[in-house]
Design a protein around this ligand. Structure first.
Ligand code: FNR
Length: 367
């Protein structure tokens, strides 16, 4: 009965988010190069899980070893990786949180720099655990001069890729995840197929809108063969490339109509990051990506939509929901700055939510 929409539950298929704040997938680049979550992941996600978000989406997790953004990314390309993910999910569930996972392939942006080493540019070399000569993409166009030219995927490899997305979804289910999100944003592989800037193919995977979206649709179909129909399936798009003649909001809206019919439940509306040199970014003002969520929702009223990007306080988040621009709010960096973001925004909006009992005596309003 809460009047504040941000703290109203949201039902999606067989799960209920206790509020409409979702922790965005954010890489912490901290595996031991084996793709497996370790104690740091248990601490990081466990800490977030204690603190009341409606849903936490675990960072971009690679469906192929060569699909990692860096050598330190999580991965679900092998059955051996299921057990440590199961431990991670159990830890999150034990703290009362729902657990989502973002399945990803970095394509031409794989083998990237170890973000933990400051000022590193370009790719990770073989000596640094990278695989610069093995990166793949729809077309052999490098990110920029600091990056290797990717290998153009052939049909056989595309089939394998779809299979690997499907198998990663099966493993995510076996690990106990509640939600899978497909990473089709930020210039990674699926986005590279969607955008005519990075996709110059002349076969059925390139050229027309119908051809450029083909891989995305086939990945969804593949995942649906392995991911239970009763569990929510999310997708994240860059709604525009911010590049003239690039992927744009009209194409995103059109694609959303198609994938809604295929069973996608939620679209997370991000933007950009396809090509840092070509993109013409708008001023990065608070909520600058919200209009994309609004447009997707307006044109696809049945689709659940989340807004993301520089949403940094409860009032701003609540306004977005009250205006019906989105159904939920995805928040990234605020959670890295302060894992108590949900508790703080509840206080800000005057909503009395449950605190982890271990910390309840720290609550200023309840002293
Ligand atoms: C990100 N972002 C991101 N996005 C994504 O889809 N998958 C990912 O794994 C990551 N990783 C990642 C790591 C770090 C350290 C940051 C800061 C960001 C983007 C993130 O999910 C979000 O969309 C942006 O940070 C914008 O939202 P905020 O931070 O303004 O709330």
């Amino acid at each position: 009965n809460c009047q504040v929409k941000l703290f109203q539950p949201l039902n999606i298929k067989n799960v209920t988010l206790k509020n409409r704040l979702i922790v965005a997938p954010m890489c912490i680049f901290s595996t031991h190069s084996d793709g497996k979550p370790n104690s740091l992941h248990l601490i990081h996600y466990g800490n977030l899980a204690l603190r009341g978000a409606g849903l936490i989406i675990v960072e971009a997790t690679a469906v192929q070893e060569i699909g990692r953004i860096t050598p330190y990314d999580l991965g679900l390309w092998s059955d051996e990786q299921i057990a440590p993910f199961k431990a991670l999910v159990e830890n999150m569930h034990f703290q009362g949180s729902l657990a989502g996972i973002q399945l990803a392939h970095a394509g031409r942006k794989a083998s990237g720099p170890n973000e933990l080493l400051r000022n590193q540019k370009g790719m990770s070399t073989i000596e640094e655990g990278g695989w610069p000569e093995k990166i793949v993409a729809p077309s052999p166009i490098p990110v920029d001069n600091d990056w290797a030219t990717p290998n153009e995927l052939n049909k056989e490899q595309i089939k394998q890729l779809i299979n690997d997305f499907a198998n990663a979804a099966r493993r995510a289910n076996e690990a106990g995840f509640d939600v899978v999100e497909i990473h089709a944003a930020h210039g990674y592989l699926i986005h590279q197929f969607l955008s005519p800037i990075t996709n110059k193919r002349t076969d059925e995977y390139g050229g027309s809108f119908e051809n450029r979206i083909r891989l995305c649709l086939e990945v969804i179909e593949g995942i649906k063969t392995q991911w239970p129909a009763e569990k929510p399936l999310f997708i994240r798009f860059s709604c525009t490339d911010f590049i003239e003649n690039g992927w744009n909001i009209q194409e995103t809206v059109k694609l959303c109509t198609i994938i809604k019919k295929m069973g996608i439940d939620v679209v997370d509306c991000s933007a950009g990051a396809l090509d840092g040199r070509l993109q013409n970014l708008p001023p990065l003002v608070p909520g600058y990506q919200v209009p994309y969520a609004h447009e997707v929702k307006k044109q696809n009223p049945d689709m659940l939509v989340t807004a993301v990007g520089l949403i940094t306080n409860g009032k701003q988040a609540e306004e977005i929901l009250q205006n019906d621009y989105a159904d939920a709010i995805t928040v990234g960096r605020s959670f890295l700055r302060d894992s108590s973001t949900v508790l703080n925004w509840a206080d800000e909006l005057g909503v009395d939510i449950e605190w982890p009992c271990q910390y309840s005596r720290a609550r200023i309003s309840k002293n």
